[in-house]
Design a protein around this ligand. Structure first.
Ligand SMILES: [Zn+2]
Length: 139
């Protein structure tokens, strides 16, 4: 899929969220610091960002690399190095989608949730704000 087409699709999905939910998300989360260096893309505050989401960095990394279809690795200082040049809009759109599916509570819109892996095939989001549980597809 073309990058532009892909972003439009994500925009459409994102715009379906109620306005209140979108605003909460924007206020509550830090921005990703994304750099293009040579043929790589670096997310400087990757570990910190994942910690804020209460998600394992390994899981976020697996999701991102799988969606981008490239290799990458996390360094000891918490930055993620992706093999390939991707614009910050692509990375942000993917992380927004990750948040929408694997972080945000679909009942109250809070990002204060934890991911519970009951076993390899049964995962759900448990919301710390309202207590709702929503099953999600394992990554
Ligand atoms: Zn909730």
């Amino acid at each position: 899929m073309e990058e532009k087409e892909y972003l439009q699709l994500l925009d459409r999905l994102y715009n379906k969220l109620p306005e209140k939910v979108q605003k909460q998300g924007i206020q509550a989360l830090p921005n990703l610091i994304i750099l293009n260096i040579g043929a790589t893309t670096i997310i400087r505050n990757f570990k910190e960002y994942c910690d804020r989401l209460r998600r394992e960095d390994k899981l976020c990394m697996k999701y991102l690399l799988k969606e981008l279809g490239v290799a990458g690795s996390e360094e000891a200082n918490g930055q993620l190095v992706i093999q390939g040049r991707f614009s910050s809009s692509v990375i942000n759109a993917l992380m927004d989608r990750f948040i929408k599916v694997y972080v945000r509570c679909s009942t109250c819109g809070s990002v204060d949730t934890i991911l519970v892996k009951k076993d390899r095939n049964v995962w759900y989001i448990s919301c710390l704000a309202c207590g709702a549980q929503t099953s999600v597809k394992p990554i």
